[in-house]
Design a protein around this ligand. Structure first.
Ligand code: HEM
Length: 184
């Protein structure tokens, strides 16, 4: 929601997609999500810029492991910086910009097959809550956009919003978002 309010043209685009696909008077259902490619792109772009668990969960190496000539010794604790991977300029064009459209042309998802985008981790310890979480995130975001229009609190504009992240086990907005719903 913060990125959408920071980029109102993307919010409008997501809203138009919802209105054209679902209509004004029906509620969004889980089964509608596959018909909402722009909404899916918005969620991927948000996971890229603001991964919920920025360093994943710490892993311990079971045996000396060679990666591209670098030896990671047995018992080392490994943190995977998903936040930095999501903003790596060698991978992403305009890495710090919120451009959901980039995913419309990319065959890439968040299920651990594309190491450029791993908000749920990958491999045998990938998040087991992924199917539930992705359904709920899409459904909640779609419902918020579809049922209301949104504005920022007084004095706040898209340009002067603070979009910095605060790091911990989970990522938070450095300055919490205050958004005001407008019934439509
Ligand atoms: C948007 C929501 C969520 C995100 C982004 C997320 C992300 C993650 C990440 C990054 C990991 C670590 C993976 C790794 O280190 O390779 C993880 C682990 C885990 N997640 Fe989630 N998660 C979410 C929701 C959920 C939900 C809804 C559940 C349960 C219903 C859940 C249960 C777990 C469990 C049990 C683990 C530990 C798995 C293991 O170590 O084998 N997560 N999650």
């Amino acid at each position: 929601m913060a990125e959408l309010l920071h980029n109102p043209e993307k919010l409008l685009k997501a809203r138009v997609e919802l209105l054209q696909t679902i209509g004004k008077d029906k509620q969004v259902k889980e089964s509608d999500i596959t018909r909402l490619p722009f909404l899916q792109a918005v969620v991927k772009e948000t996971f890229r810029l603001h991964p919920v668990v920025p360093f994943l969960i710490p892993h311990r190496v079971e045996e000396d492991t060679d990666i591209d000539g670098l030896t990671v010794p047995k018992n080392a604790q490994v943190l995977v910086n998903a936040w930095a991977i999501g903003r790596d300029p060698n991978i992403w064009e305009n890495p710090n910009s919120f451009v959901p459209e980039r995913f419309l042309e990319l065959d890439m998802d968040v299920k651990g097959q594309n190491f450029e985008l791993i908000p749920f981790g990958a491999g045998r310890r990938i998040c087991p809550g992924l199917p539930l979480a992705t359904r709920m995130v899409h459904l909640m975001l779609a419902s918020l956009i579809h049922s209301c229009d949104w504005k920022l609190e007084d004095g706040m504009t898209p340009e002067n919003m603070n979009m910095e992240d605060r790091f911990g086990i989970t990522l938070q907005k450095a300055q919490p978002l205050k958004a005001i719903p407008i019934r439509v």
